[in-house]
Design a protein around this ligand. Structure first.
Ligand SMILES: [Mn+2]
Length: 357
């Protein structure tokens, strides 16, 4: 989808919501709508026009990237230029991103912006971002592919004696070498009893025979994140470790198989949760099944007991059940998929068979 279509979708929303204009301050939303990747500026979108106000450092870049926006250079007080636009285009109702700004900024807006009404828009643009277009999907597919390659690579390095931190650093180094701009989040590597920490940070603990090792990682390509988790065994695993692995795998596979548009996040979460519950591990799966991914690692929709939203083609979500037993260890398996017209397309291709290396 081109930037033009994104802009038009937003302008349509302005009409539906009775807004003459919206002032976009969130940098991710600003680049999503305009194509401008600079870190400072205001995008002001009206029903039939769009402006990007930024300072000298970025005006040239903005003119190149934000092809459907008129670029205005800011000097000093931004409110003078904003008020000029409000006056010239007779903007009475101006939407603003209430979830993005501080109380201080809001007070400034109220005092200095001359629109009749400042209207909070909540998740207006975030809601547009939920449905990914082909170009976004390709970027996420690439980011997932790099993570897949990193997993294959790390399997060759993991052996007793290597530390969690060394594994995490190697994953990160590898992904950056393959073209990732940054990491989607701080890489999680937890082993042995520490694998019961769903979001544990890697430590100097060494990997030992009999450990479960959970690795949760992802990278950013062209502004889009990937996310995957695999748990492996070292040397040999006991019956209970194998049991929880296979329960999590069954829950993950079943939820993926039944994931399709029209279902709610809550319904998909329940599929996985019911399986884990049926084996007696209800209280050991204490987080939601998955989340949307895009420019940010955690976006809507949520696949969780509170996910009321109906899923649609083009949404990209994770499916990541887990079982975590304090003092024993844990397992999580995570894929990232796009919802299609007839099911899902899985971006992650690393095996989910229990690997004991
Ligand atoms: Mn995730």
């Amino acid at each position: 989808m081109s930037l033009k279509i994104r802009l038009n979708r937003l302008q349509q929303k302005l009409k539906e919501n009775g807004l003459d204009a919206i002032m976009i301050t969130n940098s991710i939303n600003r680049s999503y709508i305009s194509g401008f990747y600079g870190t400072a500026g205001y995008a002001i979108v009206m029903q039939n026009k769009a402006f990007l106000l930024t300072d000298f450092r970025y005006t040239q870049q903005a003119a190149n990237q934000a092809q459907y926006f008129e670029v205005i250079q800011l000097e000093g007080n931004p409110f003078e230029k904003i008020n000029l636009l409000i006056k010239d285009y007779d903007v009475k109702t101006l939407g603003f991103e209430d979830k993005d700004i501080t109380y201080y900024q809001y007070a400034q807006f109220k005092e200095k912006i001359n629109a009749d009404q400042l209207i909070p828009v909540k998740d207006l643009i975030l809601n547009l971002r939920k449905i990914k277009d082909e170009t976004e999907i390709e970027k996420m597919r690439e980011a997932a592919k790099i993570a897949d390659m990193a997993f294959s690579h790390i399997l060759k390095m993991i052996k007793p004696g290597i530390t969690e931190i060394e594994i995490a650093l190697e994953l990160e180094f590898f992904m950056k070498k393959k073209g990732a701009k940054s990491l989607s989040f701080d890489t999680i590597v937890v082993s042995g009893v520490r694998s019961s920490l769903p979001h544990g940070q890697p430590t100097h603990k060494t990997i030992e025979v009999g450990d479960l090792v959970t690795m949760d990682f992802g990278c950013v390509v062209d502004g889009y994140c990937s996310d995957m988790t695999r748990t492996i065994g070292i040397g040999s695993l006991n019956q209970k470790q194998k049991e929880i692995y296979h329960i999590v795998l069954e829950a993950q596979t079943k939820a993926l198989a039944l994931l399709r548009h029209g279902k709610t996040g809550k319904e998909i979460d329940k599929i996985a949760r019911d399986i884990i519950t049926s084996y007696g591990y209800k209280n050991y799966f204490g987080h939601g099944l998955g989340h949307g991914v895009g420019c940010e690692i955690h976006e809507d929709p949520r696949l969780s007991p509170v996910g009321e939203e109906s899923l649609k083609p083009g949404m990209v979500v994770t499916v990541e059940p887990g079982i975590y037993i304090k003092g024993f260890g844990g397992v999580r398996i995570e894929d990232m998929v796009v919802i299609t017209d007839d099911g899902v397309d899985n971006f992650v291709s690393s095996t989910k068979e229990l690997l004991i290396i």
